[in-house]
Design a protein around this ligand. Structure first.
Ligand SMILES: [Zn+2]
Length: 461
């Protein structure tokens, strides 16, 4: 099976040139000028960008939270991702207390089985790490292709782990070449702020934001970096939302520490005023960390430009407004935390970043594809267009415009956080390992053909 992509502008994290790509079966076989061999399929990409498929290293399909489940499963969520030009996700398996790490990974394999439309990997959320499980953590990195872990400083009583556990996990992961991702927020202080707000009768959605101050995130970020330094291990801060936390990452990077961080579209395009909307509307934006005051957005863009932030992921964790968000109608602390985004990431970042004059095309590809592929052990199989790489390729129309709306999106959720936003830059044709899975607005793939990715160890240094 041969596919020829002709006349496109090929853009990777480092290149930008006109050329043709020959795909044989699942991988890129040849790149050149005016290739004229015969092929089963020929795609004309004139006036289009040809970019590596997006890699979203932070999604939560069917994620159990607050007595309900994220509304996208591995089928609907990955089809939506593909529509938006994302061809790889790294999702989060959960180790519940009392479970082994292997059990947790097996559970998530079962959850995903037969469903993914695109390739996928797992990070592992570690809820406890007794000493006897430390060797297992290293074994999982070596044998199971699960080379990154997520630990929480937030959500006491559910996911929160103490600093000793974080230190142990970082040391073990660091020794075995793995990477610890941190949800960095001081959950213990936040718990007290929530108690106080509720005692004062403050139940509206905006109190979700008012009880999670930027200082709580900055403190968590500084602590995560300090613990990583003591453990002599790298650290990756997830969903960084504010200037206060960014400064901590910046300081670490200025000292040449292996500290990395991602931000998400919600922190670049949405702000605190969303919580001030009429009635219960603000619940749509109850995600963690919360939306911040608008001025933080410019600082985050600066961070993305200066490489203090390396990745834009989505933290896609959708809960429907009806019935799911409504669980917290009378108590903001019962609103399931999370929002949708996996489908909209590339268009939002292209429009806000490249069209908006904040980043160039190479940096755009770096942020949404190459950097996450490198940090999470998928490069150069994913994250670039090169001979031998998987043919995960997006034909991206840089001129086309679209209006983001729940009426037209493919995510399984009854609202869109970016409703009505006009964006320039649309993923038109999407190939997953050489097969066209999105074309002319239609999904042409088969759920279940996405493959589990056994990831390599931390490959950035
Ligand atoms: Zn998350």
């Amino acid at each position: 099976m041969k596919t020829l992509i002709k006349n496109g502008r090929i853009v990777t994290a480092v290149d930008n040139y006109l050329g043709d790509i020959l795909i044989e079966d699942e991988t890129v076989a040849l790149i050149g000028k005016k290739l004229d061999m015969t092929a089963d399929t020929v795609i004309d990409a004139a006036d289009k960008l040809v970019i590596p498929g997006g890699v979203d290293p932070h999604t939560h399909m069917e994620f159990p939270f607050g007595g309900t489940m994220a509304s996208d499963d591995f089928r609907t969520g990955t089809i939506a991702a593909a529509y938006g030009g994302t061809t790889t996700i790294v999702d989060f398996a959960i180790q519940y207390r009392g479970e082994s790490l292997t059990q947790a990974i097996d559970n998530w394999h079962r959850k995903a089985e037969g469903k993914p439309a695109i390739d996928y990997g797992f990070h592992l959320i570690v809820s406890e790490l007794p000493d006897e499980r430390v060797p297992e953590l290293k074994r999982v990195i070596r044998d199971d292709g699960v080379t990154s872990f997520k630990l929480f400083m937030a959500y006491p009583g559910a996911f929160l782990v103490d600093d000793g556990t974080i230190f142990k996990a970082m040391s073990a992961a660091g020794e075995a070449g793995g990477l610890v991702c941190m949800h960095a927020e001081n959950g213990i202080v936040i718990q007290e702020l929530i108690k106080r707000a509720l005692a004062e009768g403050h139940t509206a959605p905006k109190y979700h934001a008012l009880t999670r101050p930027t200082k709580a995130e900055a403190e968590g970020t500084a602590r995560a970096i300090a613990i990583a330094e003591m453990a002599e291990a790298p650290v990756y801060i997830v969903h960084l939302s504010c200037h206060d936390a960014l400064v901590k990452v910046q300081e670490a990077r200025d000292m040449a520490l292996p500290a990395y961080a991602e931000t998400c579209p919600q922190y670049l395009f949405l702000d605190y005023t969303r919580y001030e909307q009429e009635g219960f509307e603000g619940a749509k934006y109850v995600l963690t960390p919360p939306l911040r005051d608008k001025w933080h957005q410019d600082e985050l863009w600066k961070g993305l430009r200066m490489d203090d932030l390396q990745v834009v992921s989505t933290d896609h964790c959708p809960f429907c407004f009806k019935e799911q968000k409504e669980l917290g109608k009378d108590d903001f602390s019962k609103i399931p935390n999370g929002g949708p985004g996996v489908e909209n990431r590339l268009s939002l970042i292209y429009n806000g970043g490249v069209v908006g004059g904040r980043i160039n095309l190479n940096r755009f590809v770096q942020l949404v594809s190459t950097a996450p592929a490198k940090l999470f052990g998928l490069f150069p199989k994913k994250g670039t267009i090169a001979v031998g790489s998987d043919a995960d390729i997006v034909i991206f129309n840089p001129q086309a415009e679209t209006t983001i709306s729940a009426a037209t999106h493919h995510m399984n959720i009854d609202y869109n956080a970016y409703e009505g936003m006009r964006v320039q830059g649309v993923a038109e044709t999407v190939l997953s390992r050489g097969k066209v899975i999105i074309a002319k607005g239609k999904y042409l793939g088969t759920p279940g053909e996405g493959r589990f990715l056994k990831r390599s160890t931390f490959g950035w240094k």
